[in-house]
Design a protein. Structure first.
Lengths: 194, 208
């Protein structure tokens, strides 16, 4: 079952700064031309819409999913069809996007995702939306990209941020193990490959 | 009895034929896969010597998707006299014979040997250790941990060659030796260390 979020009514969704032509151009240039092709957009959503999205995702029906040699976490799915989102992401990535189906992750103590040859991802563009405000990076749970040759690109946890990563050939991602200092806390984030 | 010319590391009773037969039987029949635990394998004074020798070694932090801990370089090349002697004994023909009689695995004499320290929040996530040539994985614990410290070695049972759940756990005890046959079934992990008690081991592999 995929929960669906349409464009929000009477609520501005995206931080207006990201709708400005100048900003859009700058972000696209950064994404397409940086060494590690990725951009992170802080304060991506308006406070009101961010709060709505957090509530929506928190109330999803998360299911535990464990494949011992690959991952352990709880997941659900959510589809976003908002025109505002799709237009902006299409512009930045130069790829036509009409809707985005995200996997929603809920990770806590002992959860992880490791690299495994049986679960290699094809090259693509990953969108990571962070929905947890008070997560301490020392607890783990960081979505990390690696080229498998010792270079890693962690996406630092920051609530209301959106990262777009051009996951080229050879680049894979994992979720760092969550340690006991997280206690009962859970980290929520969305990932979609487009 | 297996004669060990270089042995002053372990208690002689472990080399008795009847004990080796018992070890072989246990190794073959243990579940979820062939393993053996020999408590108090190392003599007490040797544990202290090894700890002192390791204290002089450089431990580098290692971190990846799979693990977080600190490790020495390959101790086979150590200049430390205690570690040198220990490595020579571990790879001696007598010790190879001891391991062969228990496991029935053909060993080449090649080994790897590392010192590892796991501190608070360190871990090694599930994996099977399979690398071409590796036959036996071994761990020698050099200090005691309690259940609340974490750091247990956990062995997974597999269903249709897929690991499903932890079947056996070992809380490290000083001087204990644990080894298991490396195979597609030998999925294991080191659980996260949860306190300030360090988990100190000498570990490596016998090759065939």
């Amino acid at each position: 079952m995929v929960d669906k979020i349409m464009g929000a009514k009477n609520v501005f969704e995206l931080n207006p700064i990201y709708l400005k032509e100048e900003t859009k151009q700058k972000v696209r240039k950064l994404f397409l031309h940086s060494d590690f092709p990725a951009v992170i957009l802080k304060d991506f959503l308006t406070a009101e819409y961010y709060s709505q999205l957090q509530n929506k995702v928190s109330s999803l029906d998360f299911k535990r999913d464990t494949v011992v040699l690959h991952h352990a976490y709880a997941v659900s799915q959510i589809k976003i069809t908002s025109k505002e989102w799709c237009e902006l992401l299409s512009f930045i990535t130069k790829k036509k996007i009409e809707e985005i189906t995200f996997t929603a992750y809920c990770v806590g103590w002992k959860d992880y995702q490791i690299l495994n040859d049986k679960y290699l991802e094809k090259p693509g563009r990953d969108i990571v939306i962070d929905l947890t405000d008070d997560w301490n990076v020392d607890w783990g749970g960081v979505v990390t990209f690696t080229n498998g040759r010792g270079t890693i690109y962690p996406i630092s946890p920051a609530g209301n941020s959106l990262a777009i990563v051009d996951r080229k050939k050879g680049l894979q991602k994992y979720i760092q193990y969550v340690n006991h200092y997280a206690e009962e806390k859970k980290r929520l984030f969305l990932i979609a490959s487009i | 009895m297996i004669k060990m010319s270089q042995n002053n590391w372990i208690n002689a009773e472990y080399l008795l034929v009847e004990n080796i037969k018992k070890f072989n039987s246990a190794f073959v029949n243990n579940k979820p896969f062939s393993y053996l635990e020999i408590p108090h394998f190392l003599k007490q004074e040797k544990i202290i010597q090894l700890l002192q020798a390791l204290g002089e070694q450089e431990f580098s932090p290692h971190q990846s998707d799979l693990f977080q801990f600190s490790q020495t370089y390959d101790l086979l090349h150590s200049d430390d006299p205690v570690l040198k002697e220990f490595a020579a004994w571990l790879s001696s023909s007598e010790m190879l014979q001891f391991m062969h009689k228990i496991t029935r695995l053909k060993l080449s004499g090649k080994i790897d040997l590392f010192g590892s320290i796991y501190q608070d929040t360190d871990y090694l996530l599930p994996h099977d250790d399979q690398v071409p040539g590796r036959k036996i994985a071994f761990m020698l614990y050099l200090n005691d941990l309690e259940e609340q410290d974490g750091g247990a070695l956990a062995l997974y049972v597999s269903k249709n060659k897929t690991p499903t759940k932890v079947m056996k756990r070992f809380i490290p005890k000083a001087g204990s030796l644990i080894f298991f046959e490396v195979s597609a079934l030998s999925t294991h992990m080191v659980e996260e260390v949860l306190t300030d008690t360090q988990r100190i081991t000498l570990s490596g592999w016998y090759y065939g």
